[in-house]
Design a protein around this ligand. Structure first.
Ligand SMILES: [Fe+2]
Length: 255
């Protein structure tokens, strides 16, 4: 499997706190069947993103863990002015392996009014925004018609593996299933932060997805699509189901 969202890079954000913790997390990923993992430290107002430091830490972790797993470079990109401007000027520090795919995390408090323009600017610059874990964000779940619109424009969606197991609560679990049923999920990743509460083990979520939506779907979301996201290639995905505004609000209040 290929895990495109993790906080295994030590001492840069609220993820791993030491090289030892990172190595223990990588060992969990290996044992769970992950062959490639992307280190995606936060780039937000609290945790200043330092791409050179991330490169150095990845090299150190790779040297210590050996060739049982490959560690790739990425970023957990938050939507604020300087971040957006810097990424539009030079995407290579923020995107996965400096290629096309950008992990975009929305605030739980508000969605930028200019989000359509921001996504449009990214797509014009050959940056594919990957909306991270919308199943854990009530504002995004209330905007499913917009999510469909963004996917049709070229954005993709990543769900957190542990949402399928109920670790993030019943609401996130139900939302993950709703997104799956509407063909609005393109990646499942761990968003791992540690070895206990949020470990980088995708084996159980993969089994749940294979059991409920079939082996072919599990193959696409845990392996085929995330492996393409390590490269410059495009992902050819299904059209999401149409969601009416009315149905979306109804679903939101039903949660
Ligand atoms: Fe994250």
């Amino acid at each position: 499997m290929v895990d495109i969202h993790s906080h295994i890079c030590y001492d840069v954000d609220d993820g791993s706190r030491s090289i030892e913790e990172s190595l223990a997390m990588l060992q969990i990923a290996i044992e769970g069947g992950t062959t490639d993992i992307v280190a995606t430290p936060h780039s937000d107002l609290k945790f200043h993103f330092k791409p050179e430091l991330v490169r150095e830490r990845i090299a150190t972790m790779q040297e210590r863990i050996g060739d049982k797993i490959r560690i790739h470079r990425g970023c957990d990109f938050h939507l604020f002015f300087d971040n957006i401007r810097n990424c539009l000027e030079d995407r290579t520090n923020y995107t996965i392996n400096g290629k096309r795919y950008l992990m975009v995390e929305f605030s739980e408090a508000s969605i930028p009014k200019t989000i359509d323009e921001v996504f449009s600017s990214f797509l014009q610059k050959e940056i594919t925004p990957v909306i991270t874990h919308p199943e854990r964000n009530a504002l995004l779940m209330a905007r499913l018609p917009d999510m469909v619109k963004w996917i049709r424009a070229g954005c993709l969606v990543q769900v957190t593996g542990a949402s399928f197991t109920g670790r993030f609560g019943k609401s996130a679990e139900a939302n993950a299933r709703r997104l799956m049923d509407r063909k609005m999920v393109h990646f499942v990743a761990s968003d791992a932060h540690d070895t206990e509460w949020r470990p980088p083990d995708l084996s159980v979520p993969r089994k749940i997805v294979a059991d409920e939506w079939g082996e072919g779907m599990a193959q696409r979301l845990f392996e085929t699509f995330p492996r393409i996201a390590l490269t410059e290639q495009y992902i050819d995905c299904e059209d999401p189901e149409e969601v009416s505004e009315k149905k979306s609000w109804f679903s939101f209040f039903k949660k």
